[in-house]
Design a protein around this ligand. Structure first.
Ligand code: UTP
Length: 409
């Protein structure tokens, strides 16, 4: 049974969140019902995290983890590729596109994948990704199931857009959508914002929830039915990335690893990318803001930087081991621009970050798995992330890289 007003009031008082009921008297019965259900479903313990966010994530002992480097990959390319193609043909490989993010830095109201990077013609981010995947479909002569994670905020727009464009030539029977979950967003004091008088501000709960959301939406059954053993998870914003790359899949299988992670050689020791490492002896990723000077200066036996390989959010997971993962992922408190109702009840879309959202991250899954193969790729060929409109990791920089790789814009 749904919570009564008294119960809702008791819950928000317990957590010091009374402000979310500010307009309750102005709401119709059905609006109240929606708001109460949302308050009931919101995990408010989580929000208390931002009061002590510095000590939320305790790091273990970090040590270096080498990558499979380009020379080794080249020497084995044929054999790895053969293994990968066999796995794809046997239907053992699926792909998950993480497209639930808000793309606030890019600042478009549409889903990021709808962004048009073309200059003389239309070329959408989704289209770039599908073209890249189609290369492999052709090479293997087999379709690959593509699961697309969206959120409440962009699900309908994403499905509408891809349907309208006939999935850019992809076989629609192999495309499946699922929604991730949302989490409440707060101001800097941990108070939940309202986005409407009868609605808490929410934002997607981070890309770490993809496997649980896949399961909750019933798609893990499809994974089982189809015999999919490997899932390549990738971000929406890297327009150059290779998806379901046979050589990468084959290398991970041959090395008996349960995760593969595409990495690029870092441009500089202090570059702002997460870096592959061991943490308490298990594979892990140290984020750039956790990189101490000591880690940046550390050298390996070849005299090269010991933490030299940055992750590009392209991972290959072995499904049976994902299913064994029991621990929940740590939460990250992230500063974001959050639309909210001001004192007078008017909606404000802020220009600068104004509070926190709470996210779990796919990179934290690595640490819960027993073995990981960092697999080096050439940055100029496979890494063109679009985070911003201009400058670093932007539409501009990605266009340059697309052109260098022969893509007509
Ligand atoms: P980012 O970390 O770049 O976040 O996401 P974002 O929300 O898209 O962008 P900003 O920070 O607001 O500008 C990396 C990848 O993870 C996906 C994104 O869609 C992107 O592919 N993601 C992120 C999700 O699928 N869900 C989330 O909750 C967050």
């Amino acid at each position: 049974m749904a919570m009564t007003y008294e119960q809702v009031k008791a819950k928000v008082e317990k957590y010091g969140q009374q402000q979310v009921l500010k307009y309750v008297d102005e709401l119709s019965d059905s609006q109240k019902e929606v708001l109460f259900a949302q308050i009931e479903a919101t995990d408010m313990d989580v929000i208390a995290c931002c009061q002590h966010k510095e000590d939320m994530i305790k790091r273990g002992v970090i040590s270096p983890l080498g990558a499979m480097e380009l020379s080794e990959i080249e020497a084995n390319r044929e054999s790895f590729t053969k293994t990968g193609i066999e796995a794809i043909r046997a239907g053992k490989v699926g792909a998950v596109l993480l497209a639930g993010g808000m793309g606030t830095r890019l600042g478009s109201d549409n889903p990021k994948g709808m962004y048009n990077v073309g200059i003389t013609r239309d070329l959408y981010i989704f289209e770039c990704l599908i073209n890249n995947l189609l290369d492999v479909v052709k090479q293997a002569d087999a379709w690959i199931h593509l699961f697309v994670m969206t959120s409440d905020k962009n699900n309908d727009a994403t499905i509408g857009f891809l349907t309208e464009h006939e999935f850019f030539g992809y076989n629609k029977d192999y495309v499946h959508f699922f929604k991730q979950e949302m989490a409440a967003a707060t101001d800097y004091n941990g108070k939940i914002y309202l986005e409407e008088k009868g609605k808490l501000s929410t934002s997607p709960n981070g890309n770490g929830g993809w496997f649980i959301s896949l399961q909750k939406n019933g798609l893990l059954d499809l994974v089982h039915e189809q015999g999919i053993e490997w899932i390549n998870v990738f971000a929406v914003d890297n327009v150059l990335q290779r998806i379901a790359d046979p050589c990468f899949i084959g290398a991970t299988i041959q090395k008996n690893c349960v995760v593969g992670s595409k990495v690029v050689r870092k441009a500089a020791p202090d570059e702002k990318v997460g870096c592959m490492c061991l943490e308490d002896g298990r594979p892990s990723i140290v984020e750039y803001y956790d990189m101490t000077q000591e880690l940046m200066d550390a050298k390996n036996e070849k005299g090269e930087p010991a933490y030299n390989f940055g992750v590009i959010l392209n991972y290959l997971f072995y499904v049976p081991d994902l299913e064994k993962m029991m621990e929940s992922l740590p939460l990250h408190v992230v500063e974001k621009k959050i639309p909210y109702l001001d004192e007078n009840g008017n909606l404000v879309k802020p220009e600068a970050p104004n509070g926190y959202k709470f996210e779990s991250l796919v990179l934290d899954m690595i640490h819960q798995l027993s073995s990981c193969l960092p697999f080096e790729v050439v940055r100029e060929h496979e890494f063109a992330p679009i985070k911003n409109k201009t400058g670093i990791d932007s539409v501009e920089s990605a266009r340059e890289l697309l052109k260098k790789n022969g893509v007509v814009l």
